[in-house]
Design a protein around this ligand. Structure first.
Ligand code: FAD
Length: 395
């Protein structure tokens, strides 16, 4: 063994030198998306959040960058690795969780089921349009009375001749009010089936959910199906049962376990900058031990979260793949890390921390939704608990 020179000091947002684990393509994707977010999103996100606006004019740019369905192969999708997808999600969510939610829903919840379970016709009809951002998708699983327990869903699809007729409602559907196509999950005599529903179908209505205190830079809706009649070929032919929607959620959760760290990093960077310039008692508050403790804990937790995300990304890209419990581990841990970073960063900014002049309160409010959607904190805890004990504590 030869004596190595002392390694260079790591960057504050990369204490573990994770940057050096990335290959050239990963570095390029990360820096391209980061630069785009800093130019196009960060300067306006606070205002968009306050106004409850999702900037639809950026959607074609997301398509041009290959970020829509980026981990899918064929049909004009970019066919990138899962790790690349995760890194892009991290940078998008550093802008706003609403932006990452749009990309997650489009790629993992709307395109993925068509790609994985759709007929060739469904794939040809929708995937290239969705990859380009010319068609927007949404995913309808949650209902007003059935969230964590989708197996008990009330939305029902029945056969009438060769048609399907669907009645029911879905709640909290990201992109619902702006979608061109909805992947709707309904119970049938054969079990849960997925349907590809153009949103101009008679009997389909999307109502925007207003007055949200979180994910305001994202369109959320209620979908109502009133004797909605669909042709036989609207069903996703290759999947029956809850494993269909659950596999889509596993894909989207993988994006979240990277993405949430972007929101956390944005809060940490804001607090670190602020701690250097804000003077109290005659010195920058970053010179006080208690502030340094907060910054140190945040930097360590974010770095460990990123290490975990990279590890899970590498596993997903390997032949071995990722088990759902491992995705739960990542989502549970990294959303907690991000929420803690948002709350701690807010304290470092004192009163200024609650102002939308800074991104922290916005990220903090957004992360409350991120903690709940795609499986709540409690649900992911029980998924891991069941693996550990062999006992089902859900019901
Ligand atoms: P509930 O299931 O009623 O849960 C309430 C509380 O009870 C939670 O704390 C939960 O963890 C706890 N709980 C429930 N069951 C158990 C149990 N067995 N043991 C212990 N605790 C339990 N859904 C979609 O289908 N598509 C979307 O695009 C979408 N986008 C969303 C966007 C936003 C902004 C939000 C807020 C939600 C979105 N959702 C979407 C819905 C989201 O996935 C659900 O809110 C989530 O699954 C929780 O369901 P619920 O709100 O009905 O809560």
């Amino acid at each position: 063994m030869s004596l190595k020179p002392r390694a260079a000091a790591p960057a504050p947002t990369d204490l573990l030198g994770i940057n050096h684990m990335l290959d050239d393509e990963e570095k390029a994707i990360r820096s391209t998306v980061r630069k785009w977010v800093e130019e196009k999103i960060t300067p306006h996100a606070g205002q968009w959040f306050e106004d409850g606006v999702f900037p639809e004019d950026i959607i074609p740019e997301l398509g041009e960058m290959g970020l829509l369905g980026m981990h899918l192969e064929g049909y004009d999708c970019a066919g990138m690795s899962a790790t690349n997808y995760g890194l892009a999600c991290l940078e998008l969510e550093a802008g706003d969780s609403g932006l990452r939610s749009f990309v997650s829903v489009q790629g993992s919840l709307a395109m993925f089921p068509i790609w994985a379970y759709g007929s060739e016709e469904q794939k040809q009809r929708w995937l290239p349009e969705m990859a380009a951002g010319r068609a927007i998708g949404c995913f309808g699983l949650t209902e007003p009375d059935h969230g964590s327990d989708p197996g008990n869903m009330s939305t029902r699809a029945v056969k009438d001749g060769s048609d399907w007729v669907i009645n029911g409602a879905k709640m909290w559907i990201t992109n619902g009010p702006i979608a061109d196509v909805a992947v709707v999950w309904a119970s049938t005599e054969e079990g849960v089936r997925g349907f590809v529903v153009p949103t101009d179908t008679k009997g389909f209505t999307a109502n925007e959910i207003k007055h949200k205190g979180s994910l305001r830079m994202s369109k959320t809706g209620e979908l109502v199906f009133d004797n909605m009649r669909l042709p036989e070929d609207a069903v996703l032919p290759e999947v029956t049962g809850l494993k269909g929607p659950l596999s889509c959620l596993s894909e989207a959760r993988f994006g979240i376990l990277f993405g949430a760290l972007g929101a956390g990093r944005s809060c940490f960077e804001t607090a670190l900058d602020y701690s250097k310039s804000r003077v109290q008692f005659g010195r920058p508050i970053g010179g006080f031990q208690l502030t340094q403790q907060k910054l140190t804990n945040m930097a360590m937790d974010l770095a460990k979260g990123e290490l975990l995300a990279m590890h899970l990304g590498r596993l997903k890209d390997s032949d071995r793949g990722l088990a759902p419990e491992q995705v739960s581990f990542g989502k549970l841990n990294n959303v907690r890390v991000a929420i803690d970073a948002a709350r701690t960063s807010r304290t470092i900014l004192g009163g200024n921390g609650i102002s939308h002049e800074y991104p922290i309160m916005r990220h903090s409010a957004n992360l409350e939704s991120v903690l709940t959607y795609e499986g709540t904190e409690e649900v992911h805890t029980l998924v891991i608990g069941q693996l550990l004990t062999g006992q089902n504590a859900f019901s």
